[in-house]
Design a protein around this ligand. Sequence first.
Ligand code: M6R
Length: 615
Amino acid sequence: MCGIVGYIGHREAYPIILKGLKRLEYRGYDSAGIALFDGNDIKLSKTKGKVADLEEKVGKEIPTSATLGIGHTRWATHGVPNDVNSHPHYSNSGNLVIIHNGIIENYESLKKELIKRGYVFKSDTDTEVLVNLIEDVKKNENIKLGKAVQIALNQVIGAYAIAVFDKNKPNEIVVARLGSPLAIGIGDDEFFIASDASPFIEYTKNAIYLEDEEMAVIRRDKGVKVRKIKDDSLVDPYVQELQLNLEQIEKGGYDHFMLKEIFEQPSAIRDTFRGRMLPNEGIIKMSGIEDNMKTFLNANRIIVIACGTSWHAGLVSEYIFEDLARIPVEVEYASEFRYRNPVITDKDVVIAISQSGETADTLAAIKLAKSRGAFVFGVCNVVGSSIARETDAGAYTHAGPEIGVASTKAFTTQITVLTLIALRLARAKGTISSSEFRHHMIELELIPEKVKKALESDAYVKTIADIYKNSKNFLYLGRGYNFPVALEGALKLKEISYIHAEGYPAAEMKHGPIALIDENMPIVVIATKKGHYEKVVSNIQEIKSRKGKIIGIVTEGDEQVRALADHVIEVPETIESLTPLLTTIPLQLLSYHIALMLEKNVDQPRNLAKAVTVE
Ligand code: M6R
C-alpha cells in the first residue's frame, strides 16, 4: 500500500506534490519519489526513506516551473525498500513514467513476455512491468496513452491505483483504479490526483472518487473524462463536495497524530451518535438499519468480520448484541474467514468493520459472504471507501481522519456505532424495555464527558509509563466486556513500543499465563465495578501472591483494588456495556507514553501501515 499524488494545472507542481506526500505518509513510508515535467523532459528523483529524505535529496535540482507532476510514498510489496524500487518508474524508452498503489499479481508472466520482446528491468517491482506493458501496447498499436493504459489494464490481474504520463504529451495524466482508492480534485483549470482528498483539500472541495474498474484521462485544457476499463463506455462522474477541512487533517497542536486522536475521542464519539440518538424522545434512527430492519429482525445470527483493532471492536459488539438484542454473534478474523469454507446462508447478516474501508482481507471476506447470499452491513470511517461501497448498507463512524497508524478513536467510535445498532435492534425486537432503552441512551450521551474525565489521567499514566518502560513483557487482563479491551491494550503497546504484550481473559490466566508472572512482570488488570468485579479482584490476589506488578484500571472511588494494586488509574462509572469506551483510554495513553519514552516513531511504527490493502 502506498500514497499517490499528482498535479496538472497552472501552479508549481513540486510544493503541492511534496506537501501531499507528507499528508499521505500514513499509507506507507519506506521510500518516496517524484517525477515532474519541466517543459522539455521528465525530472525524476526518488529515494529510500521518508518524504523528508526525498525533500533533502531533491534539494534545488527540481524545476520549480513544472506544472505537471506525480509523486509517491511507498510501503513495499514487491522488492525491498531501496532507491531503485521506489516509484515513479520509467518505461524503457523513458517516455512514460508511472506511480502505482497496489499489486499486479500476474506480473511475473507479463514480465517474461516483455523480456522476450527485449524489455529490460531495473527494479524488482510489479509497477515497472506495468509501465512497460503500457509502453509495449502503445507502440505496437500506435495509439494514445489513455487507450494503451486501458488495453494494458485489461491484461492485468491484481489491484491498482495508478497515475501515468507521457513526456511527449505533457498536457495529460492518465489515472485508473481497481481495489486501491483514487480521488481527483477539480479546481479551476487545474486537477489534483491523490489516494485521498487530504493533499488537495486547501485548493478545492470538489472531487471525483473513481470507482473500481474506472479510468480517467485528465487534460489541462479539456478536463476529466472517465471511462470503464473493461468496455470503454463513458461514465458521467459524480462530483462530490468534500466536508473535510485541513485542520482535521493536521496535528492540531499535538506532538503526534496518535495523541491528537486520543484526545479527540470525546468529540469523535459525540459526532458518531449526533443526530442518530434522541434520548428525550426515546429514538435511535440510522437509515442503514431502518431500511433493512426486516433483514436484521429475520437474521438467525450476526457474523462480524474485521481485522486488528476493528476485530477487537467486533468482539465488544458480540457482548452488546447478545446482551441487548439476544442475537447470536460470531466474530471472525476476515483473513481466516475468507479462506475457510464458512457456512453462510441468506439468513445471516454479516457486519464488516473497518476504519480505512480498504483492508484487503475484510474486502475479500465481504465478497465471499455476498456471493453466498448474506446481507453485508459495513461499519467504516472513511467515506466512499471500497468497503463502504462494496457492502449492501452501512453506517459511518464519523470519527474524522485517523492518521496515526495505531487505531484509537476508530475503536471507540466503532463501539459507539455498534452500540447504537444493538440498541435499535433490541428495541425493535422487544428484548429491552423502553426504560432500559432510554437509560442506555442517557448513559451513552454522558460518555464524551466521561472520556474527557478519563483523559485527565494522562499525567499520572505518564509516571507509570516511566516506571515500566523498560519491561520486556506485559500482560493485560480483563473479563466480559473488558476482555477485548485487554486485547486492544496489548496490541497498542506491541505495535508502537515493540514490547511484547499479551491480552487474556482474566480467568484464563491460571490455565497458562500465570507461569509468566514474577516480580518483573507488569500486569494491567481492568477491574471496573460493573462486570465480574469480585472475580477480577480474586485474579488480582492471585497475581499479588506471585509478586506481579499490578496496574489496575478501576472505577472512581474504588478502595478494594487500590489496597492490592501497585498503581490504580481511575475511570468514571458507567453501565457495563459502555465501560470499554472508558477503560481503553488509559491503555492508549500508557502505550503512547512508553513508546515516546523509548523514542519510537509513534505515528509510523516500523513494518506497519495505516491501511493494509494487501493480504
Ligand atoms: O482499516 P481497518 O480498520 O480495516 O484496519 C484493520 C487493522 O489493520 C487495524 O485495526 C490495525 O490493527 C491497527 N494498526 C491497530 O492499531
